[in-house]
Write a protein that binds this ligand. Structure first.
Ligand code: ZN
Length: 245
């Protein structure tokens, strides 16, 4: 049997005394496993397999042919403050949905695992505004998966765009400058070249330029939406007070 460090993403009851659990394993990537005897109310095994919990899992199996079976689980971090605060939990939920939406099964992504647990630790702590933590996570997560857009260069006139409104097409990763975009219709996202520079990793600093968190969140939503089916935009969740900050 193998021991793995796992972030629990989703858990549902299966029949009377079992759970089907989807988790991100540092060692094995996105896995779905079967945990017998994990549903009793005061059951530590079951408690360690709740979504947004970091734990050590002992199990076997997995891969395309056999169901992974979880035999033992011990909590490493219960993320108590996230679970006790609806706003924190909602932000953590975006990280969980991102991972569920973009990752193929059984493909190890140790850097993305670290990025996700770092983001959850920040949601758990004080200080960093959660919207910024989310943007930093999403930007780096997209980059790790190979979805980072190139620094903005106009796809038509080949000019390096700077300090202007542009049309970005997330499906192709292309940009049209303010001149070439005229007459191009609506297919794409209108955004600023400096936000694309930030997303491409060439801008300065970790946060979006000018503190334009809401605009950056919109852009990130559109890019994630290209890769994660059924993505519900962060910016549409109006109950998050920090989202527009
Ligand atoms: Zn152009």
């Amino acid at each position: 049997m193998a021991e793995e460090t796992a972030l629990i993403l989703r858990a549902s009851r299966y029949q009377d005394a079992a759970k089907i659990v989807t988790f991100l394993s540092r060692e094995g990537g996105l896995r779905t496993g079967f945990a017998r005897g994990a549903t009793a109310r005061d059951n530590r095994f079951g408690a360690s397999l709740e979504p947004v919990t970091l734990c050590r899992i002992v199990g076997r199996g997995g891969g395309p042919r056999s169901l992974y079976r979880i035999h033992h689980a011990a909590i490493l971090d219960p993320y108590r403050r996230i679970h006790g605060d609806y706003n924190r939990l909602a932000w953590a939920g975006f990280v969980v949905r991102f991972l569920l939406g973009v990752l193929p099964p059984d493909h190890p992504e140790p850097l993305l695992f670290s990025l996700a647990t770092e983001a959850l630790s920040l949601f758990e702590g004080e200080g960093d505004p959660p919207a910024r933590t989310w943007l930093a996570f999403a930007r780096e997560g997209l980059a790790l998966l190979g979805y980072r857009p190139a620094p903005p260069v106009c796809a038509r006139c080949r000019r390096i765009v700077s300090g202007e409104r542009v049309l970005f097409r997330p499906s192709e990763g292309t940009v049209l400058c303010r001149i070439c975009r005229s007459g191009e219709g609506k297919g794409g996202v209108e955004t600023s070249s400096d936000l694309l520079e930030w997303l491409s990793g060439t801008g300065e600093g970790a946060g979006p330029p000018g503190g334009r968190v809401a605009e950056a969140a919109d852009l990130v939503d559109r890019l994630i939406g290209e890769h994660a089916a059924g993505w519900i935009p962060v910016s549409s969740v109006a109950f998050l007070p920090e989202a527009g900050r």
